[in-house]
Design a protein around this ligand. Structure first.
Ligand code: NCD
Length: 315
């Protein structure tokens, strides 16, 4: 995997492991600039470019924000939202052959796939840049980058932070990328609250801890420290369970409620969630000004992806 090394030109985005502090901050500054730009002026940035959007798993935000980001910069997209029904994958065509075709037609591929590691494989097969939009239980790098941007925008830094992550640490790819991203900056401390069977894998726990991020695993809401910079709630990843009865038992282990916020959150704690949510946030929390999941966090996804496309593709 190519390291970004402060130069995004033609690079693949597969994992947070490709990043260093400087590259992340460059991306954030570009995102902030684009947020302030007039939409009309941006239409020439990717004029004449075409992106292939290939999603083997369902998606609302990642698909639409990537597509809209590309179009807002004047580019166009070719879209497969259900390739197992609509493409020659139905006939048994391999993923390697499929992406070779996209390489002939497009300037960049954004792909989501249920199997961890597939995006790295795809990036090795084609010369054009490839963006990982989620590979099974692996990573979801652009989600973590937009999450970190949202934190950076609020606190002016992504170091020296205390955060809480809740839900499915084992299977949650946004969690994996976000811990990876936060471990690039010094002084971060995260509390992971999950059912004991959904803890971070020991390999990942050791890998990230070695990089210097402090990980504290907790099992009850009473152990949440007060005054975190952010809370990052997630859903239990239903599609990763062989036994749906086990999922049913675990899915609502931890619910974000107004009462919990009153007890444990700080005045400035960002309340985040990558979405979709399926019952783990009480609807009345939506009205809390600290809740950004349906608003700023989601919108930043569009701007961050615009910045990424610009840095990767602009001549
Ligand atoms: C996440 C995903 O697909 O990994 N959604 C997203 O892209 N915002 C989170 C999830 O599905 O739980």
């Amino acid at each position: 995997m190519d390291l970004i090394n402060n130069n995004f030109k033609n690079k693949d985005i597969i994992s947070l492991d490709q990043f260093d502090q400087k590259s992340i901050l460059k991306l954030f500054r570009e995102t902030a600039r684009l947020k302030k730009s007039s939409p009309k002026k941006l239409l020439s940035v990717l004029k004449g470019k075409i992106a292939g959007m290939v999603f083997f798993e369902p998606s609302t935000r990642t698909f639409s924000s990537n597509t809209v980001a590309f179009k807002r910069l004047g580019g166009q997209t070719v879209e497969y939202q259900n390739p197992l029904v609509t493409s020659s994958a139905v006939k048994g065509e391999s993923i390697e052959d499929m992406v070779k075709m996209f390489e002939q037609y497009c300037d960049i591929i954004v792909m989501r796939h249920p199997i961890k590691g597939t995006l790295k494989k795809v990036a090795d097969v084609v010369e054009i840049p490839v963006i990982n939009a989620g590979d099974g239980i692996g990573e979801h790098p652009t989600q973590a980058l937009l999450d970190m941007f949202t934190i950076w925008e609020k606190f002016g830094k992504v170091s020296g932070l205390t955060g809480l992550m809740v839900g499915d640490m084992l299977n949650g790819r946004t969690i994996h990328s976000l811990i990876g991203g936060l471990s690039i900056f010094p002084g971060n401390k995260i509390y992971l609250l999950s059912p004991s069977s959904l803890k971070l894998s020991r390999e990942e726990y050791q890998l990230y801890s070695k990089r210097g991020i402090k990980i504290i695993e907790i099992s009850k809401t009473s152990e949440i420290p007060s005054n975190c910079h952010f809370w990052y709630w997630t859903r239990v990843q239903k599609e990763r369970f062989e036994d749906k009865k086990v999922y049913e038992k675990l899915k609502l282990s931890f619910i974000l409620t107004k009462k919990l916020i009153e007890e444990k959150a700080g005045k400035n704690t960002l309340l985040m969630h990558p979405l979709p949510r399926v019952g783990e946030i009480d609807l009345e929390v939506d009205r809390d000004p600290r809740a950004v999941y349906l608003t700023r966090q989601a919108k930043n996804g569009m701007y961050l992806r615009m910045a990424l496309f610009k840095l990767i593709l602009k001549e």
